[in-house]
Ligand binder design. Sequence first.
Ligand SMILES: C[S@@+](CC[C@H](N)C(=O)[O-])C[C@H]1O[C@@H](n2cnc3c(N)ncnc32)[C@H](O)[C@@H]1O
Ligand SMILES: CC(C)=CCC/C(C)=C/CC/C(C)=C/C(=O)O
Length: 297
Amino acid sequence: MNQASLYQHANQVQRHDAKLILDEFASTLQWRADGEDALLDVGSGSGNVLMDFVRPLLPAGGQLVGTDISSQMVHYASKQYQREERTSFQVLDIGCERLPEGLGGRFDHVTSFYCLHWVQNLRAALGNIYSLLKPEGGDCLLAFLASNPVYEVYKILKAKEKWSTYMQDVERFISPLHHSLNPGEEFSQLLNDVGFVQHNVEIRNEVFVYEGAKTLKDNVQAICPFLERMPSELHEPFLDDFMEIVISMNLQQGDKNEDQKFLSAYKLVVAYARKTPEFVNNVLLEPPHQKLPKGIN
Ligand SMILES: C[S@@+](CC[C@H](N)C(=O)[O-])C[C@H]1O[C@@H](n2cnc3c(N)ncnc32)[C@H](O)[C@@H]1O
Ligand SMILES: CC(C)=CCC/C(C)=C/CC/C(C)=C/C(=O)O
């Protein structure tokens, strides 16, 4: 996904989900008493979710760093939001082996919306998120797709001779939890493994209704990684085949000319985790029986 302006104008589902989750978790995030919170967002894309929904939660003295693996996305977001104070954007692959110099241990909060389903090495990503947080503690709020019908459509398209050359590595673009029988348990285990002892993971069953074929096509075009590999004259035939498969999967409601809708039933992972308090000279910096919000173990 590199086309920032395309994404910025066709990300209704992503905006809808991020807003709901942030409204819900705004008061769970552990804001600093001095108002100098540093927050890093992973996979910020074109930056509008971050600036419209995360930025307003941050105290006036807070620092915001938006990151993305795509330099085009980072360039676009930096330009769009260059006038924003205490805000910067930089390239970061959250699945990298080693965090770039100067990022580790700097943040009070890490957020990420609709990004981690793009990262095959979730363990590395979570290890990096843990390391980005300050050693004395911090928290993260992560939301991403466990499963989505788009992945089944991709697999069917790949089986067609016409498209297979462009989709050899289709598995790389399917959420690492799409085939999991228990994605919540799997993700909780990963959070534990990298050191997050306090965490709450939910798998939410959601349905989004796309009004009309054009809306769905625009949304697919904004995120589909295979289109940029093929000549532009193949984009429309590819999207037409995509729609044909969606219809054959009975995801359509209503008539072609009137009231046509497409239903996407998907599973969203919503996870909130806190870094465990560190011991300094064998003294626990945080009382062990602190009051935690409902649902945090
Ligand atoms: C669907 S967009 C989400 C953008 C934004 N967070 C939102 O909610 O609208 C996913 C973003 O994740 C980025 N991404 C994919 N893999 C990544 C990785 N390994 N590290 C960081 N960002 C990644 C993509 O470049 C893309 O901009
Ligand atoms: C009905 C149907 C097949 C809908 C698919 C809708 C769609 C465009 C899903 C994209 C999911 C995704 C990978 C989003 C993202 O990363 O932003």
